[in-house]
Design a protein around this ligand. Structure first.
Ligand SMILES: Cc1ncc(COP(=O)(O)O)c(C=O)c1O
Length: 360
C-alpha cells in the first residue's frame, strides 16, 4: 500500500550549529521529523515537518499509563555518498511484536520503511562519516486518546526523529548484576521495546551508577543467578573459545545486533550457545582465568567490551581489550558492514530510497 507523505521543509537548517567533530550520543536532532496519526482504525496524516515541539493535551493517555514503544536504528553513509540502512525489516518485525504486546496498532512495512527512507533522504547531510558516528534513528509511538481512565486506546501517534551521534560508550563498560530489582518476568513485557521497561530501570541504574558502575546486568527474577541482558544491550560471554549468550525466553529483547553477531561469530567457525548463562559458572571460569571476554551488543552501543562484572559481592575483572581478538574482529566487521566498508554477504544493508523528497 502506498502512503502519501506531505513534506514541509524547514526554512533554516540548524546543521551549522552542530559540532560534527565532537558528537555525543542523543544530544542533537536533525532538521526534520516524521509524524503519522492512527485515527478511525487507520494510519493517516503522514507528514515530514521541521523538527520541533509537539502540542498535546495533558489528558493524552500515554502520559498517564505509559502505553508507548520505540525502536533504535542507525543510518550510515558509504564512500560514494549513499545513505545506508541496516536490517530495517528486522526492526519492523520487532516493532510490531512490541505494538501487539502493548495493545497498539501494527504499522505496515511500507509505512515504516517509507517513514525512515524519506526522513533520512531529506536529512542525508546530517549523517556523520567520522569513525564510530552515524545518524541514530528513533521511531516511537504513543497512545493519544484524550481520556483519563483505563480502557483500550483508539488513537495513536507515530513519530520518527533522527540524531547525529557519536559512540554510546567511549570506554569499556562496568556492570553490576542485579540482586534486588527485576527487569522482566515470564508473561511480562521484557521482549517488547516498551518505554515502561526503561522507566522502571532508572532507579536500579541510578543505584548502580552511585556504586561506580555504568549499567545494570539484569538477572533472572527467581534466583538472580542467570544473566538476562544489560540496560540497552544483549550480553555475550566467551569461555574457553565458546560463546555464550542468554537464549530468547520472552524476558529479553531479541536484539538485531545480537542476531547479527551470532551469525558473524558462527561464520568465524565458533560455537555460539544460546542458553541459560549461569553467573556461578562465569565466576568459576573467571577464577580459573578462562573467562576470555564479555561484551554487550546493541544498535546504539555496537559491540561494547565489558571491563568489570560485580556479581553477589565479587568483582570479576575481564582481560585487557587488546587481547580480545574475537570481539574486536566482530566489532570491526559489524561496523564495516553497516558503513559499507566491508562487503555485506548477508543482504543486511539497503540504500536509502526516496520517492518524494527529491521532488520537493
Ligand atoms: C534492553 C535492550 N536489550 C538489547 C538491546 C539491543 O537491541 P538491538 O541490537 O536491536 O539494538 C537494546 C537496544 O535496543 C535494549 O534496549
Amino acid at each position: 500500500m502506498e502512503y502519501t507523505i506531505e513534506i514541509t521543509k524547514s526554512k533554516n537548517s540548524r546543521i551549522g550549529e552542530v559540532d560534527f567533530t565532537n558528537l555525543q550520543f542523543g544530544k542533537n536532532y536533525s532538521d526534520h521529523m516524521f509524524i503519522a496519526e492512527y485515527i478511525d482504525g487507520k494510519w493517516q496524516n503522514c507528514r515530514i515537518i521541521p523538527f520541533g515541539d509537539l502540542s498535546l493535551s495533558p489528558a493524552s493517555s500515554f502520559m498517564h499509563y505509559g502505553q508507548a514503544i520505540f525502536e533504535g536504528m542507525k543510518a550510515y553513509k558509504d564512500e560514494d555518498g549513499n545513505a545506508l540502512l541496516f536490517r530495517t525489516e528486522q526492526n519492523h518485525k520487532r516493532w510490531n511484536i512490541s505494538a501487539v504486546r502493548m495493545g497498539m496498532p501494527e504499522i505496515p512495512y511500507d509505512l515504516f520503511s517509507a517513514s525512515l527512507n524519506e526522513l533520512v533522504a531529506i536529512d542525508k547531510e546530517w549523517i556523520p562519516t567520522q569513525d564510530g558516528c552515524s545518524l541514530y534513528l528513533r521511531p516511537f509511538m504513543f497512545a493519544a486518546d484524550e481520556f483519563v481512565g483505563i480502557r483500550p486506546t483508539e488513537n495513536f501517534i507515530y513519530c520518527v526523529i533522527t540524531s547525529p551521534a557519536g559512540r554510546y560508550y567511549s570506554k569499556p563498560v562496568k556492570v553490576l548484576a542485579a540482586d534486588k530489582y527485576v527487569r522482566a518476568f515470564p508473561g511480562g513485557t521484557g521482549y517488547a521495546k516498551a518505554s515502561g521497561n526503561y522507566g522502571a530501570s532508572m532507579l536500579p541504574l541510578k543505584e548502580a551508577i552511585s556504586k561506580g558502575y555504568d549499567q545494570v546486568l539484569w538477572m533472572d527474577g527467581f534466583e538472580f543467578r542467570y544473566a538476562e541482558e544489560i540496560g540497552s544491550m544483549n550480553v555475550f560471554f566467551i569461555v574457553d573459545n565458546v560463546v555464550l549468550t542468554p537464549a530468547l525466553n520472552g524476558t529479553i529483547l531479541d536484539g538485531v545486533t545480537r542476531d547479527s553477531c551470532i551469525q558473524l561469530l558462527r561464520s568465524y567457525g565458533l560455537i555460539v550457545n544460546e542458553t541459560k548463562v549461569d553467573l556461578e559458572e562465569i565466576l568459576k571460569a573467571s577464577k580459573a582465568a578462562k573467562l576470555q571476554d564479555a561484551f554487550g551488543t546493541g544498535t546504539a552501543a555496537s559491540v561494547a567490551p565489558i571491563s568489570h562484572i560485580e556479581y553477589k559481592g565479587t568483582v570479576m575483572e575481564l582481560p585487557a581489550i587488546e587481547t580480545r581478538e574475537i570481539s574486536n574482529r566482530l566489532k570491526k566487521d559489524l561496523e564495516g558492514i553497516k558503513s559499507g566498508r566491508v562487503t555485506d554477504k548477508y543482504g543486511w544493508i539497503s540504500k536509502v530510497k526516496s520517492h518524494i523528497s527529491a521532488l520537493v
